[in-house]
Design a protein around this ligand. Sequence first.
Ligand SMILES: NC(=O)c1ccc[n+]([C@@H]2O[C@H](COP(=O)([O-])OP(=O)(O)OC[C@H]3O[C@@H](n4cnc5c(N)ncnc54)[C@H](OP(=O)(O)O)[C@@H]3O)[C@@H](O)[C@H]2O)c1
Length: 160
Amino acid sequence: MSNNNVIGLNNQLPWHLPKDLQHFKTITLGKNLLMGRKTYQSIFSYINKPLPQRNSFVLSKSSLEERYTNFENIKVFAEFESIEEFMHKNQQTQLYIIGGEQIYKQMIDYADELIISHVNINCEGDAFFPEITSNIWKIQNEELVKDNIDFKIKVYTRHL
Ligand SMILES: NC(=O)c1ccc[n+]([C@@H]2O[C@H](COP(=O)([O-])OP(=O)(O)OC[C@H]3O[C@@H](n4cnc5c(N)ncnc54)[C@H](OP(=O)(O)O)[C@@H]3O)[C@@H](O)[C@H]2O)c1
């Protein structure tokens, strides 16, 4: 997110940071990802498929066109409880929440850890990350990365 908590503009990322994309890939490869329908469509607009080598769980109450869903590694769920059920059945315990604003807002209270790239820019946006409350979240690790805009990867763990 930017210094003013922006994560998106017009359903796209407001920046292009190759090292952040690489970092995202490293963390998420082989994992279960939860995202909102708009974030999924945003990713699809870049790569014409779900993120490869990961399982995408998409929350949506609308019926997505088949061109979005006709892949082995994506499943659409109308409510979060169905994702929990699916994971339980498949003995899966770890879920990475990858946005966007609506999903982060609903899920932050259930997260154990936040891995945030703080991008050193103030920018215009229409999607924001919720407040990271300092009495709940403590910084566990912090690393500065030089890219076309510098960003700091901060890992927060829950203390309440
Ligand atoms: N910087 C980053 O790291 C980052 C990461 C991810 C996303 N983003 C940005 O964030 C923006 C998108 O965020 P957004 O808040 O507009 O959308 P979003 O959270 O990606 O998706 C919202 C949609 O998810 C579905 N949804 C949400 N809560 C639900 C629930 N409880 N049950 C069932 N479905 C639910 C609804 O889909 P239906 O309308 O189909 O029912 C809703 O319209 C984009 O600009 C994107 O680029 C940035």
